[in-house]
Design a binder for this molecule. Structure first.
Ligand SMILES: Nc1ncnc2c1ncn2[C@@H]1O[C@H](COP(=O)(O)OP(=O)(O)O)[C@@H](O)[C@H]1O
Ligand SMILES: [Mg+2]
Length: 235
């Protein structure tokens, strides 16, 4: 089985003008196989977002190798990276990042517009993705007519609509109350189990990470533990 993500010796150094360089990643090795649901945990400043941005082809490492779905991506130019990103990756952010005054369905259609999918096919796929997150009835609502949890589920529908090989979520529950956080994480769990989607969620909250099946802990730019998540005890 070809891993979805295979990084070796990944380093990231931010050069600060007039100051000392910041070493955000100090040589990270990680392999994620298809069908995994991984939580990346660690305190603020430990390198989680930097790692996610590199894995998501939004940024480049200073050193190290990265094979995405078997292809070395370090040498790809910006256009090739953008193309691969739009075809193969889905993103979910803390702040939902939905377009205002634009319906849920149109928001979900956006990645397919970038990918050049024809309109009728786009609409069908958008509705299907909204159904998958339990929001089929809200297709024509705009973000300001939806709760935070619903907006995040629209963002998740948008992230899966191109059937990406990997979904990356950075603190997806950071702006949500406990109940909505549980809904959103349970949704990732269903997408993982029922649709075999490969998911990596970055979070600093243990309750959130407990929904994943594997937990990778960052500290000071290193991975300090990597363990299966134990099933929650049934009370
Ligand atoms: N664009 C940047 N420029 C300079 N330093 C950065 C930048 N992004 C992150 N850092 C620094 O890199 C380290 C890791 O940050 P980050 O990856 O955001 O950690 P986390 O997501 O775990 O909070 C921190 O010291 C942070 O200040
Ligand atoms: Mg972060």
């Amino acid at each position: 089985m070809t891993p979805v993500v295979e990084v070796r010796g990944l380093r990231k150094v931010y050069a600060i003008e007039g100051g000392e360089d910041v070493v955000a990643l100090r040589g990270v090795d990680l392999t994620i196989d298809p069908g995994e649901f991984v939580a990346v945990m660690g305190p603020s400043g430990s390198g989680k977002s930097t790692f996610m941005h590199i894995v998501g082809l939004l940024d480049r490492p200073t050193a190290g190798t990265y094979r995405f779905a078997g292809h070395e991506v370090s040498s790809l130019d910006a256009d090739a990276l953008a193309d691969l990103r739009s075809r193969a990756l889905g993103f979910v952010f803390q702040a939902y990042n939905l377009l205002p005054r634009t319906t849920a369905m149109e928001n979900v259609e956006l990645p397919m517009i970038y990918a050049g999918v024809p309109a009728d096919k786009r609409r069908r796929a958008a509705l299907e993705a909204l159904d998958a997150v339990g929001l089929g009835r809200y297709a024509h609502h705009q973000p300001n007519q939806l709760s935070g949890g619903q907006q995040q589920r629209v963002a998740i529908a948008r992230s899966i609509v191109n059937q990406p090989q990997l979904i990356l979520a950075d603190e997806p529950t950071g702006a949500l109350d406990t109940a909505s956080s549980e809904d959103v994480m349970a949704l990732f769990g269903r997408l993982n189990v029922e649709r075999g989607m490969t998911v990596m969620v970055v979070t600093h909250e243990a309750d959130v990470a407990a929904h994943a099946r594997r937990m990778v802990m960052f500290r000071d730019g290193n991975i300090v533990s990597d363990e299966p998540v134990r099933e929650k005890a049934l009370v």
